[in-house]
Design a protein around this ligand. Sequence first.
Ligand SMILES: [Zn+2]
Length: 82
Amino acid sequence: MNPAIVSSTYSQETARCPYCGAKTALELPVNYRPVFASCDGCAKRFIAERLAEGFQVMTEEEAPCSSNPDCREIEIGGSDEE
Ligand SMILES: [Zn+2]
């Protein structure tokens, strides 16, 4: 295992808050999992998701379940009740 690969599990990005437009730093996983970030300007929580090129940010209200970390956790948690 190359330690350089392990340490780059997240990349530092700068996004624009979907609520107020303020620039906010966030850490984006390299494995395409959506994550929550909180805005430096308005303190609201929003979702950031890596794309094939770059990344996108969206509000929790507009995010589909597949892009919502909470929703994905519920789906995964429900599947091992069987
Ligand atoms: Zn904001």
